[in-house]
Design a protein around this ligand. Structure first.
Ligand SMILES: *[C@@H]1O[C@H](CO)[C@@H](O)[C@H](O)[C@H]1NC(C)=O
Ligand SMILES: *[C@@H]1O[C@H](CO)[C@@H](O)[C@H](O)[C@H]1NC(C)=O
Ligand SMILES: *[C@@H]1O[C@H](CO)[C@@H](O)[C@H](O)[C@H]1NC(C)=O
Ligand SMILES: *[C@@H]1O[C@H](CO)[C@@H](O)[C@H](O)[C@H]1NC(C)=O
Ligand SMILES: *[C@@H]1O[C@H](CO)[C@@H](O)[C@H](O)[C@H]1NC(C)=O
Ligand SMILES: *[C@@H]1O[C@H](CO)[C@@H](O)[C@H](O)[C@H]1NC(C)=O
Ligand SMILES: *[C@@H]1O[C@H](CO)[C@@H](O)[C@H](O)[C@H]1NC(C)=O
Ligand SMILES: *[C@@H]1O[C@H](CO)[C@@H](O)[C@H](O)[C@H]1NC(C)=O
Ligand SMILES: *[C@@H]1O[C@H](CO)[C@@H](O)[C@H](O)[C@H]1NC(C)=O
Ligand SMILES: *[C@@H]1O[C@H](CO)[C@@H](O)[C@H](O)[C@H]1NC(C)=O
Ligand SMILES: *[C@@H]1O[C@H](CO)[C@@H](O)[C@H](O)[C@H]1NC(C)=O
Length: 650
């Protein structure tokens, strides 16, 4: 079939887009909205809002210090056009701000910005509000106009710690106005509904319907024809949450001559008809080319694995097919989220082969994650990856074979699924398993070249070798962190297994060392108690979880009564108590109070006592306060977090 309609459509497409007017309305901010925004590294989306400077997210407040962030709408707005007499666009925008100090006093403030440059300037933290830095302040190079909501009197030129101002290429305002005069306090933590209007001559700002600023300005003399719009904010030593909760914008479109408008109504109609033809044509061709695409994808996978600079063996598909007797169901060991695992025999050695499900697109990412993370690691408590294969659109992973299978089979065996080995794990074996997993995690967090977060610690991902030594496996969700100092991985997807996920996981979009520790804590409790983590599927309900269940035993002073009865009381009581308390400490609702894996190992080996754990399970409070702020009065914030001494050595 002739492919000429496609290029024709592409030529007309830009006209179609220009015909739409510049308008958007975010009634709240969700992770899905990220694609419509440009977020600088210090900005993110959390708690249904833009956090123009990142919030603590389970890390310490230090991580909020000295940040400068920008969040912009990802399309440019045409502000003016013409050479002699310029046509200047007008716009109205409404946004809801919420600024809450996290220290006293709080951070620096937030600004609505219109700028030619989407990148946040270097060294624009602290008093610079992410608007300019000491080099660009006062120069036209900055290309920025801002309405600042300043919450800090950072130098003598500032009016006070609660003002709004209009800034042109500078951190100092043309006309600062104290909001205290109008009875508003920016950093009080209340919502401020700001309406900003520009009619081509005057810029006016209303806060909660009160007119607070009106300033004549010709924006076209400071800004390029096409501009980015959005927000910037900064923190210094003192920090605050700089949230934008909603944002609506509407601007006039001065893109083309007005008398051309009717053409855009006719053309789309014509195009719509052609589009149908093109779509059919495209789909038709796509079917032919899909195999070529897969060849391309194969190149990518190989490239990505090679780039990681190491070499588990690359297997041929035929080799693996032979090893598993054509993936015979007799050799099937299990079925996971991303594929099926088979037992195989290769060079007289037993191997386990995971065949990633062809359909899941997810599978490919998991595959690369797994090969590039564990392929590089070597630890006696990690399942060893022997090789991989990508051929004929099949993704396969080859591991050492674990004769005893996965841990969950041993600890949750009920009558129905009773296997031969059921209930044979004794206290010593359980302790060794916990120690093994702890060692593996400590190695991932602190011991290897790059820090690795596993993100999916659970009993079905722990394999047992012939001596019941635990080996952590399934690195499909694992992520490496390039810089060793960093303790989190930003992610847009919430990943993990319900029941093992720390409560803050649903609020933050970062995997942290602490969320791994939480899952480890749940694992410890289930191994000792022989009980499922509970509330599977009911993601947001923590009340029935094993953690709550055990905390009740602890509160009543008989924690060892929770130990798996199948051990028939054949365990060392003091050891069991120690391990259970450690497990609870790892599951502390406040991530700051969870011990790090190094401390966990010390407790398990008897070198250190378990961290102190409150008798009553603390409520989950967000944002979580780090121990160093425990002298503060929490009652003011409606929190029930009881401060206690931190013994975790972090
Ligand atoms: C933002 O994301 C939410 C959730 O997916 C969606 O409903 C909403 O339409 C998005 N907002 C905009 C302006 O696209
Ligand atoms: C923006 O969207 C929200 C929710 O859909 C709606 O309530 C609000 O009126 C809209 N705002 C404007 C200015 O259209
Ligand atoms: C933040 O910047 C100030 C001034 O440059 C510096 O004294 C302080 O140590 C910095 N704080 C952090 C956590 O980097
Ligand atoms: C620009 O505007 C001035 C005053 O409105 C008018 O006298 C002049 O003719 C205009 N110039 C052009 C090129 O349109
Ligand atoms: C902005 O709002 C005013 C009324 O408050 C209206 O007259 C004007 O047309 C609006 N401008 C745009 C671009 O929506
Ligand atoms: C915010 O500031 C107020 C007054 O300065 C102070 O009482 C409050 O404790 C601060 N909030 C936090 C979380 O530090
Ligand atoms: C935009 O800002 C960045 C960071 O300050 C700077 O490196 C870059 O040169 C600027 N780009 C332009 C076109 O000015
Ligand atoms: C920033 O630039 C303006 C304009 O040149 C100047 O008045 C002001 O003192 C500068 N501010 C700082 C903090 O250097
Ligand atoms: C502004 O108005 C909102 C309701 O629209 C209200 O919740 C908020 O408290 C007001 N802010 C201030 C500072 O009065
Ligand atoms: C605004 O509220 C904050 C926090 O409650 C407080 O620290 C600050 O003193 C208040 N500022 C003014 C000008 O009232
Ligand atoms: C802008 O403000 C000035 C003075 O405040 C006023 O004279 C003028 O009419 C205003 N222009 C528009 C377009 O509203």
């Amino acid at each position: 079939m002739d492919s000429s309609p496609l290029p024709f459509f592409l030529i007309l497409a830009p006209f179609l887009i220009q015909a739409s007017c510049f308008h958007f309305n975010f009634s709240s901010f969700q992770l899905d909205n990220i694609s419509q925004l440009i977020l600088s590294p210090d900005s993110n989306i959390a708690l249904d809002a833009i956090q123009v400077t990142a919030e603590a997210r389970g890390a310490s407040l230090d991580s909020m210090q000295n940040q400068s962030g920008r969040t912009l709408y990802n399309k440019r707005f045409r502000l003016w056009k013409g050479n002699g007499n310029r046509t200047i666009a007008s716009f109205n925008t409404t946004f809801v701000l919420n600024i809450q100090n996290q220290t006293s006093p709080g951070g620096e403030g937030l600004a609505f910005i219109i700028t030619g440059n989407s990148s946040v300037p270097d060294n624009s933290e602290g008093r610079w509000l992410g608007i300019v830095n000491s080099d660009t302040n006062g120069t036209s190079e900055a290309e920025i106009v801002a309405v600042e909501f300043d919450t800090r009197m950072s130098d003598d030129r500032d009016l006070d710690g609660n003002h709004i101002g209009f800034n042109i290429n500078s951190i100092n305002s043309v006309t600062p106005v104290s909001l205290s005069d109008f009875g508003f306090n920016i950093s009080q933590g209340l919502d401020l509904r700001v309406l900003l209007q520009y009619d081509g001559e005057n810029l006016t700002v209303r806060v909660n319907d009160t007119l607070v600023l009106s300033e004549p300005v010709d924006l076209s003399s400071y800004l390029p024809e096409e501009v980015f719009i959005g927000f910037s904010a900064s923190t210094g030593d003192e920090v605050q949450l700089n949230c934008v909760k909603s944002w609506w914008f509407s601007g006039t479109d001065i893109g083309e001559d007005e008398n051309l408008w009717w053409v855009w109504i006719v053309i789309p109609a014509v195009i719509l008809m052609m589009l149908t033809v093109v779509l059919v044509c495209y789909l038709y061709r796509r079917r032919d080319t899909i195999d070529d695409d897969m060849e391309g994808a194969r190149g990518n996978i190989e490239d990505e694995i090679n780039r990681s600079g190491f070499g588990p063996k690359k297997f041929g598909f035929k080799e693996l097919k032979q090893a598993t007797a054509n993936f015979s169901s007799k050799n099937k060991l299990g079925q996971g989220g991303f594929g099926t695992v088979y037992k195989g025999s290769w060079r007289n050695k037993d191997i386990a082969i995971k065949r990633v499900s062809k359909k899941s697109n997810q599978g490919k990412q998991e595959f690369i994650a797994e090969v590039t993370t564990i392929g590089n690691l070597n630890h006696k408590n990690l399942v060893k990856l022997i090789g991989w294969c990508y051929e004929r659109r099949e993704l396969l992973l080859v591991y050492e074979y674990m004769p005893n299978g996965s841990l969950d089979k041993f600890i949750f065996c009920n009558e129905k699924a009773s296997t031969v080995e059921c209930s044979t794990l004794n206290w010593e074996q359980r302790l060794t398993i916990i120690q093994g997993v702890a060692q593996a995690l400590e190695y991932l967090h602190n011991g290897c070249q790059k820090r690795v977060l596993h993100r999916d610690i659970k009993s079905s991902n722990i394999m047992l070798d012939s001596d019941y030594i635990a080996k952590l496996g399934d690195f499909g969700l694992a992520r490496t962190i390039q810089e060793k100092e960093k303790t989190y991985y930003s992610t847009v997807e919430i990943a993990g297994t319900p029941g093992y996920m720390a409560p803050e996981t649903f609020l933050i979009s970062r995997a942290t060392i602490e969320t791994d520790v939480y899952s480890f804590g749940v694992l410890v409790l289930e191994v000792v108690c022989g009980r499922k983590p509970g509330n599977q599927g009911e993601q947001k309900n923590y009340n029935n979880s094993i953690v709550n269940w055990l905390w009740e035993f602890y509160k009543n002073g008989k924690i060892t009564a929770a130990v798996d009865s199948r051990m028939e009381a054949d365990f060392v009581e003091t050891e069991a108590e120690r391990v259970l308390v450690l497990g609870l400490a790892c599951c502390h609702p406040n991530p700051h109070y969870r011990p790090c894996m190094r401390t966990v190992l010390q407790v398990l080996s008897g070198e250190a006592d378990p961290p102190e754990v409150p008798q009553e399970r603390p409520s989950f409070v967000w944002p979580a306060m780090p121990p160093s702020f425990s002298h503060m009065d929490y009652s003011l914030r409606g929190s029930q977090l009881t401060p206690f001494t931190d013994l975790t050595g972090r």
